[in-house]
Design a binder for this molecule. Structure first.
Ligand code: PLP
Length: 389
């Protein structure tokens, strides 16, 4: 059997060797602790689960959903955007339900990119920005994010010929994997850049609610011109610990959303109505849970930073996301340092190079494991990790 060329063109899985080593240790009875995956360990809030139970029991929610989404869901997203960001959305034309941000990111590539187009993607970045572009037959062009530039893309450095060919640009703040955050001024520059060069912008807002130390993340749509320039992908996954529920929304430019809707009517059949109604209740209900989650991640972040400092690795405290982006000690690559941490402390971290070439020289630690496991991981790092090159 011959898989399609587009699937063969996807980059190979880089960390087969690391996974083999993890497996080997687990088989040898070593208790490996993983800080590799960003999937919240804390359950969905009880009130949200209770609402889902109620909605699942209603037969009128059991039929095919519409791709456009329930009016209640779209209105709830609009109300949330108004309360949270002061952004006024038309629920009929500027809100579209998604089966999670990942689905939106992948499908907006098919909605907007033709073969031969360039797709600007942050590097390091969420891998679907490049794989989505490749699957759509377009060329991913990476925008380096470096510590020296605050992990923001240098828009001025994007070559003229790329600007001319690009028909999509992906950004994400608070940023996975670097934990970097921006102020609305960055979004103003981004919107102006998109409009000036006629490049539709997608801001992936998966971590907008996970912030610390008095910082609150803005929405891309707060920037003047943003809704003319593009869309934002909002997700309930991380804000409400709902990764398994698969629900989010694309908001902003009505033309892009219409193209995405047209595409999606040919691919999926929308978000389960019971899930849309539950998501609406989460968006409109009390937000204490979100604040509590941020406090948990802030505390865990500080534990990890202290452990790293104790072995001589100083990392600036990230103001957003549940990740810590750690520069590897001299003499190491991302993969060799991840292997060292596994060998010495039986702790798994993600090599930064899996997020793009500019992730080389870093590893990503995720704060989404239970406090006891995190404390154990941290104490192993403090006791066993010898980082001298
Ligand atoms: C940057 C970024 N975008 C999108 C997603 C996908 O989130 P969702 O669960 O909404 O599909 C993730 C998930 O980890 C992410 O890190």
């Amino acid at each position: 059997m011959r898989p399609a060329a587009r699937v063969q063109a996807l980059p190979p899985y880089l960390f087969a060797e690391l996974e083999r080593k993890i497996d080997e240790r687990r088989k040898a009875g070593i208790e490996v602790i993983s800080l590799g995956i960003g999937d919240p360990d804390v359950p969905t809030p009880a009130a949200v689960v209770a609402e889902a139970q109620r909605q699942v029991a209603r037969p009128e929610n059991h039929r095919y959903p519409s791709n456009r989404g329930l009016a209640e869901f779209r209105q709830a997203v609009a109300t949330f955007y108004d309360r949270r960001f002061g952004v006024d959305l038309d629920p009929d034309t500027e809100v579209l339900p998604l089966l999670g941000g990942k689905e939106g990111v992948a499908h907006v590539c098919f909605a907007m990119l033709d073969p031969g187009d360039a797709c600007l993607a942050a590097d390091p970045g969420y891998p679907v920005y490049t794989s989505g572009a490749l699957l759509a037959g377009a060329e991913p062009v990476l925008m380096p994010l470096t510590a020296a530039h605050g992990f923001q893309p240098n828009l001025d450095a994007i070559p003229e010929d790329v600007r001319a060919r690009a028909n999509l640009l992906f950004c994400n703040y608070p940023n996975n994997p670097t934990g970097a955050v921006v102020d609305v001024g960055f979004f103003e520059r981004l919107a102006a850049f998109g409009l000036e060069h006629d490049i539709p912008v997608v801001h992936d807002s998966a971590y907008s609610e996970i912030t610390f130390d008095g910082y609150t993340a803005p929405s891309f749509l707060e920037a003047p011109g943003a809704r003319e320039a593009g869309v934002e992908m909002f997700s309930l996954s991380k804000a409400y610990n709902m990764t398994g529920w698969r629900v989010g929304a694309a908001v902003g430019n009505a033309g892009m959303l219409a193209a995405l809707l047209k595409l999606k009517t040919n691919i999926d059949s929308g978000v389960f109505d019971a899930v849309q109604l539950t998501a609406a209740s989460a968006l409109l209900g009390p937000q204490d849970h979100v604040r509590d989650m941020c406090e948990i991640y802030r505390r865990r972040r500080n534990l990890v930073l202290a452990a790293l400092a104790s072995v001589g690795i100083d990392v600036p405290a990230p103001k957003g996301t549940m990740y810590v982006w750690v520069p590897v000690p001299a003499g190491h690559t991302s993969v060799s340092f991840a292997e060292l941490v596994l060998d010495q402390a039986a702790v798994v971290v993600s090599p930064g190079s899996s997020y793009g070439p500019n992730g080389e020289g870093y590893v990503r630690l995720s704060l989404t494991i239970a406090d006891d496991d995190l404390r154990e991981a941290v104490s192993r790092i403090e006791k066993h990790l010898r980082v001298a090159a």
